[in-house]
Design a protein around this ligand. Structure first.
Ligand SMILES: Cc1ncc(COP(=O)(O)O)c(C=O)c1O
Length: 354
C-alpha cells in the first residue's frame, strides 16, 4: 500500500473522513485549525522543543483571516450591512487579503489603504479578489507610513460617508477572534504543556488575543513579543527609523495594547533587525522546507537565540508564524530589494544558507 493510500485508510478507520461533512459551505469555514510542526533540525543543539504554528495554511495565507472574520462579523452585528456595503481598512497586506476574501464571499465592497511595503504580488491578489486599492506613498516624520496613511484615511472617509472603517489597531472584536480561535486551538494542540509562546507585535490583535486565552487557561506560559528594531508599537520602544518587515513595526502605539494589556499579558520583549529575521527565515526554508515570511523568521530567531536559553530538555516553546514567505519573493527575499533597502546581512544567507 502506498503511503497516501495507507494514510487515507487510517483516516477512514479513525472516522476522520466519515465524521466530517466532507466539504465546507464556503472558504470561510476553512479558516483556522492550522498545524503545529516541530523544528527539530533548526533546534538541534538546543535543550527545549522548538515548535512553530503555521498560520499560513489559512485560506488567505495568513493569521489575519481570523482577525478579518472577527471584524466583519462584528460589523454585521453593529451595522446594517448588505450586499454592496462599503468597508475601508488600512493594511500592510495580510489583513487586506483576508478581508477581500471574506468580502468576496459576502458581497461587500472593500477599499484598502496600503503602503509601498506591500509586495506587488499581494497587490495583484487584492485586485484579483475585487478590492479597490488606495496607495499611500509618502513617509511620515517618524520614517514610517502610518501617519500619512491616517491623513489619507480621513479624506477617504469624507469622500465615502457611507463606508464603514474597520480599524485593526483598535479592535476588541479581532482580539476576541484570536482569543477564542487561535488561543484555544494552541492549548488544545499543545496538551497541558506550553512553556513559552513567542509572537510578533504588530497591531496586537493576534498576540493580545492569544495571550488572554493563555493567561486564563495556562497562566505559567511565558509570553514573548517580538518587534523590529526602531518600531514604536510597544511602550518600551526606541527611536523611529525606517521599518522593513511586513506586519511588524508601526509609527504609533496601537490601542490594542492600551490600559494594562501590556503589563498583564507580556513577560518579555525582544527587538530584531530585519536582516536577522530574513536570514532565519531563509535558514528554516533550506533546512526544514518551510517557507515563512520575515515576521515568522523574527519569531523563530527570538525563540532560538533568546527564549530557548531559559529552558532545558522537555520544555516546549512555540513560535507563531504569521504568513508564507512566497508573499515576499519580490521584497524580503529579493537580493536587489535587500540592497536597495541597505539590508546587507542576509544577502549571503538568501543565496547560500546552510
Ligand atoms: C506578516 C505579519 N506578521 C505579523 C503581524 C502582526 O500581527 P498583529 O497585527 O496581530 O499584531 C502581521 C499583521 O498584519 C503580519 O501581517
Amino acid at each position: 500500500m502506498t503511503a497516501l493510500a495507507s494514510l487515507a485508510s487510517w483516516y477512514e478507520r479513525e472516522g476522520i473522513i466519515a465524521g466530517m461533512a466532507g466539504f465546507n459551505a464556503s472558504v470561510l469555514e476553512a479558516i483556522g485549525n492550522t498545524p503545529i510542526v516541530e523544528l527539530n533540525r533548526f533546534g538541534a543543539g538546543v535543550g527545549p522543543s522548538l515548535l512553530a504554528k503555521h498560520e499560513f495554511t489559512n485560506p488567505g495565507g495568513s493569521m489575519k483571516d481570523r482577525a478579518a472574520l472577527g471584524m466583519i462579523e462584528w460589523a454585521e452585528r453593529e451595522y446594517d450591512l448588505s450586499a454592496g456595503s462599503e468597508i475601508i481598512i488600512s493594511t500592510s497586506g495580510n489583513l487586506g487579503i483576508g478581508m477581500a476574501m471574506i468580502c468576496a464571499v459576502k458581497g461587500y465592497r472593500l477599499i484598502c489603504l496600503f503602503v509601498p511595503k506591500l509586495n506587488p504580488s499581494t497587490e495583484r491578489s487584492l485586485e484579483l479578489l475585487g478590492a479597490e486599492l488606495v496607495k499611500v506613498g509618502a513617509r511620515d516624520h517618524t520614517g514610517g507610513f502610518h501617519l500619512t496613511r491616517l491623513e489619507r484615511l480621513e479624506t477617504l472617509r469624507a469622500e465615502r460617508p457611507n463606508a464603514i472603517y474597520l480599524d485593526q489597531y483598535d479592535s476588541p472584536a479581532a482580539i476576541e477572534a484570536h482569543r477564542t480561535s487561535t488561543g484555544r486551538e494552541i492549548l488544545e494542540q499543545m496538551g497541558a504543556q506550553l512553556d513559552a509562546m513567542i509572537m510578533i507585535a504588530g497591531t496586537g490583535v493576534s498576540s493580545m488575543g492569544i495571550a488572554r486565552w493563555l493567561r486564563e487557561h495556562s497562566p505559567d506560559t511565558e509570553i514573548w513579543l517580538v518587534d523590529e528594531v526602531a518600531s514604536l508599537t510597544l511602550p518600551r520602544s526606541a527611536r523611529p527609523e525606517p521599518l522593513f518587515l511586513n506586519g511588524m513595526g508601526t509609527s504609533i502605539q496601537p490601542n490594542n495594547y492600551a490600559g494594562d494589556a501590556f503589563s498583564r499579558f507580556v513577560d518579555e520583549v525582544v527587538y530584531v533587525k530585519a536582516g536577522e529575521a530574513i536570514a532565519t527565515a531563509t535558514h528554516i526554508a533550506r533546512t526544514k522546507g518551510i517557507v515563512m515570511g520575515g515576521a515568522g523568521g523574527a519569531a523563530c530567531h527570538v525563540m532560538r537565540e533568546h527564549a530557548a536559553a531559559g529552558y532545558g530538555l522537555g520544555a516546549r516553546l512555540l513560535a507563531l508564524i504569521p504568513d508564507q514567505g512566497s508573499r515576499y519573493t519580490q521584497t524580503q527575499f529579493d537580493l536587489e530589494w535587500l540592497e536597495n533597502m541597505g539590508i546587507s546581512g542576509p544577502a549571503l544567507a538568501v543565496r547560500n544558507s546552510t
